[in-house]
Design a protein around this ligand. Sequence first.
Ligand SMILES: C[S@@+](CC[C@H](N)C(=O)[O-])C[C@H]1O[C@@H](n2cnc3c(N)ncnc32)[C@H](O)[C@@H]1O
Length: 522
Amino acid sequence: MPTLHWLTREEDLRAASRVPFRLLEEARDLSAGEPDSENILIQGDNLEALKALLPFYAGQVKCIYIDPPYNTRSAFEHYDDNLEHSKWLAMMWPRLELLRELLAEDGSIWVSIDDNEVHYLKVLMDEVFGRSNFLTSFIWKKSYGGGAKAKWFVGLHEEVLCFTKDMSKFPEMFLPPDPGIVRKYYKFRDEKFADRGPYRLQPLATTSMDDRPNLRYPIVLRNGEEIWPEKQWQWSRERSHRALTDGDLVISSRKGKKVVSYKQYLRDERGEERQRKPQTIIEGHYTQHGTYESMRLFGLQNKFSFPKPEGLVSYILEATTKLGDLVLDSFLGSGTTAAVAHKMGRRWIGVEMGEHAVTHCVPRLNKVIEGEPGGISKSVGWQGGGGFRFYRLGPPVFDAEGRIQRDIRFPVLAAHLWFSETDRAWNGADGSPFLGLHDGRAYGLLYNGILGDKRPGSGNVLTRATLGAIREKVAQAHPGFVRDNPDYLLTIYAEQSRLTPSTLEQAGITFKQTPYDVKVRM
Ligand SMILES: C[S@@+](CC[C@H](N)C(=O)[O-])C[C@H]1O[C@@H](n2cnc3c(N)ncnc32)[C@H](O)[C@@H]1O
């Protein structure tokens, strides 16, 4: 496959694996609202922050939206946007690699970009995500018009490149009905189906479908009057009859002829709103809206330079995520993606290296928790609630020789070991030496006296007793698996083993010694 070359390419290809895994340290004074809302704001360089997230979130993120610096040669008030072209590519490559690892199998990544780098970015993303996973490049119409001073043309759009992690697993996309269409056409209400919201009238007759003689029949009214279609009806005789009896057909007169319409409700029988497909030109959410939203949040003096309008981000999240899904933006700017995800009931992770993580993102998200009414709040009925934790990057998890730092907590080491063994995020329970089951093998960790015995050379040592305790946890968590595979394989990390090599072999146990056998995954 043809690839893009730039000066430091070879080095940049290794950059993501060279970045150390760092701890994330919470700054409690900046966290807000309900601490268990599972929303995370990180201040720091996203290369290190994304790496720190991997053991906990690899393969978990449903939608990534990023709006990286476009390399427009400008110095904005809050960040610089003037990197030498190769440096921009060098900056993007390792970050895209890590973002890909964080994406769920059925997830997607959307990247805002403009003419300065869009074509190079497409080639980079082809290589990182695979050409076959390219979904489309959306045109975002960013302004209504204007540009009287433009020399050659009036630039009205930017692009949003969209790749899936795996096209074969990417689900269909839908959007709720367009509010403009709802206002204009869904004007009627029916007492009988109040829970299905308003309805519009649609003609039952059609002239555009193939000729189907069985769809040509009379609709017989209660007084015996027969109404025939010009060509044919859209529905079968039985369906039309049922709709007529149920009061779902409306008969009116047009130019002296009887016309039959059916009621199309805003919500279907299951109470779900009728949906539409996203179009490749995104309109109606302009830069001006973003600036106005920022001004309302931070005042004229403090507004952020060119934040994205909330409507644009909600369009993307609406099409690609459901309630509770995890959304990530690693170039968070003034916090738009986090604010939108929060209001839409999605979990979110935001990363921003600038001081505006504190001066803009934190106050904005505090306002969101309090129920601020701007942006998409009205359209999603946002009332406030939830919370987030604020983190900064801490020291590396492993020292220069690859040894675990002394004071690493159990869940952090557990997540790293699990990730290095399985390539997956760890979401096991803190407080148990059994980390999880993967590909028919169970994993255990004896560390920090997890079984309640912190004496040196005791609770962190593999003995018959500690092995029994781990096996008991495996059986509790997966009784069916243990019943069907009584001789299952087990990898155990511990300080020492008192079991002989032949006992270990007979019991199907791979013993790995902490800290020596703990390998940092590159
Ligand atoms: C175009 S702005 C994003 C604006 C955002 N979409 C909004 O609506 O406010 C890009 C942001 O990426 C941040 N950024 C650039 N490089 C970064 C890095 N390596 N790590 C974290 N943030 C970075 C900049 O500080 C800037 O705030």
